[in-house]
Design a protein around this ligand. Structure first.
Ligand SMILES: C[S@@+](CC[C@H](N)C(=O)[O-])C[C@H]1O[C@@H](n2cnc3c(N)ncnc32)[C@H](O)[C@@H]1O
Length: 253
């Protein structure tokens, strides 16, 4: 993938290149993720599930949709946290355009698939094959940065959510703050992470894309405003681990 020109590439071509990149790194994706985040991403995911359950306030949840589900980590956490909180999720649905990532998800989530409670589907955030107003919780973890058609995707999220439904976004947001610590974190994500991710996956270019995509992404304030413009009110917004990862939880009015 030619990372140099990615941000000036035509939208569909850019999207195709991003998806191809995920196909390439899919077999080593989970391992690289755990090494790069030192396992801390698990606590960010758990917090996301807990806050979403709190915002929704229901014991019986009809449908949880994880967009950009990748290798299925969030889907696994949704089920695990629901078990711990004694909540019941009737249907889980994971959507992602990368066949490689979905293949890993199929292997990891075999038992949920066999129970018939999980569906994994190939597709993009901008055109979800999901009925309007049918989803209780929609999550997207470290996926939104990769969605080229951001505005269309946000429209889709709001379309498929029930009124009172919850949007959960975990993302490496563009941190525009200028403090010393913020600069140190920018150095870590732009110089160290690509080296570590590149070493584990043997694909340096794919992990060089990570800081580039963060730099081109919106801030959490701008994202919250875009959702508010569409009728989704912020419920909880917090940056974790020195502003590396941000959790946004919003409720559709
Ligand atoms: C960094 S991975 C995150 C995977 C998973 N959500 C996780 O938390 O580990 C980003 C995912 O976004 C997916 N993706 C890329 N473009 C997308 C799009 N337009 N719509 C939906 N998903 C997309 C990729 O295929 C990839 O699986």
């Amino acid at each position: 993938m030619d990372k140099q020109n990615l941000h000036s590439t035509a939208p569909q071509e850019k999207q195709d290149k991003i998806v191809n990149m995920f196909d390439e790194i899919a077999p080593s994706y989970d391992k690289a993720n755990r090494v790069m985040s030192l396992g801390i991403d698990v606590s960010w995911r758990v917090s996301a599930c807990k806050k979403a359950f709190e915002a929704l306030g229901k014991e019986n949840i009809e449908c949880v949709l994880d967009v950009a589900c990748g290798t299925g980590d969030m889907l696994w956490h949704w089920q695990n946290e629901a078990n711990k909180a004694q909540k019941h999720i009737a249907h889980l649905l994971g959507i992602d355009p990368s066949s490689g990532m979905l293949e890993v998800a199929h292997q990891k989530l075999d038992s949920l698939l066999k129970q018939g409670r999980l569906r994994l589907e190939k597709g993009e955030a901008k055109a979800l094959n999901v009925e309007s107003q049918s989803v209780d919780i929609l999550s997207i973890a470290y996926g939104l940065r990769n969605v080229v058609a951001l505005e269309e995707a946000l429209d889709e999220f709001v379309r498929v959510l029930k009124p009172g439904g919850v949007v959960v976004i975990l993302e490496f947001m563009n941190n525009e703050k200028k403090g010393v610590f913020d600069s140190l974190m920018r150095f870590y994500t732009s110089k160290i992470l690509p080296l570590v991710g590149g070493l584990v996956s043997k694909n340096y270019a794919a992990y060089k894309y990570l800081p580039d995509s963060i730099q081109h992404f919106v801030s959490s304030e701008k994202l919250a405003q875009k959702l508010l413009d569409r009728g989704v009110k912020s419920y909880f917004v917090k940056s974790y681990s020195a502003n590396i990862s941000t959790l946004y939880v919003g409720v559709k009015i």
